[in-house]
Design a protein around this ligand. Sequence first.
Ligand code: PAF
Length: 279
Amino acid sequence: MDIIHSAAALRGRLQREPNNVFVPTMGNLHDGHIQLINIAKPRAACTVVSIFVNRLQFGPREDFDRYPRTLETDAARLKAAGVDVVFAPDEKEIYPERQTYVVEPSDLQYILEGAHRPGHFRGVATVVLKLFNLVAPHSAIFGKKDYQQYLVLRDMVRQFALPIEIIPAETVRAPDGLALSTRNTYLSAGERKEAPRLYGVLKKVRDEVGSGARDYQRLDQQAMAELARNGWQPDYVAVRRRADLRPPTERDRELVVVAAARLGRTRLIDNLEITLPAA
Ligand code: PAF
């Protein structure tokens, strides 16, 4: 496995690898990332993983500074997982000058996560486009835990006609249901015990919809109230349609319930897909 820090060396290395699949990450890898790599590996001769904590997608009061940087342990995990190339640039390599050209995603960037994290999806789309240009993969894997991110990037690739297949991967969960996330490491022992409630409220919403409930706003509010009663500060719980995360109409069958809430200092997100039987 090659660990490469410069864009020039990466291009040189990948000239020999026209058939590559890409897994972009911000490092501090957990089993969720390893599953992305397991999905990637059979699809190409060369699996490329990037590790870069992208300042552009963090708000001024977010956790950019304390986001864990653990390159050595990450590299050991990636080697064991059979990755071929790790691209771990520093900030100057990705942003040698102020990034004044940016990708401005559609209105999808302003709702849900975007309403609570202004500029987040612009930062994500900009760095991912840049990484795509450096790696030139034929496919890239993104976890569905970041559902809105997956949709923003899927739409970016379609709108710019990039020759890259975006492959979504299922969320990996701890045995108690908590979706794996680097930010889980911020939780205290007590908060970690409480954290699976987020998945619990999503399952309740899914089950109620499955039993015929269609007043989605009431379900969203009930779920937020349950979180608030248990010490959370919910940003949103919302049943939306999967295609564009807009409120569902009566005809929509493919839904997803998405949620974001703060537990102490940690902001967690999760979602659960819901498929209604044909009308
Ligand atoms: O999902 C992530 O880890 C990041 O948002 C990504 C896609 C690597 C871009 O920085």
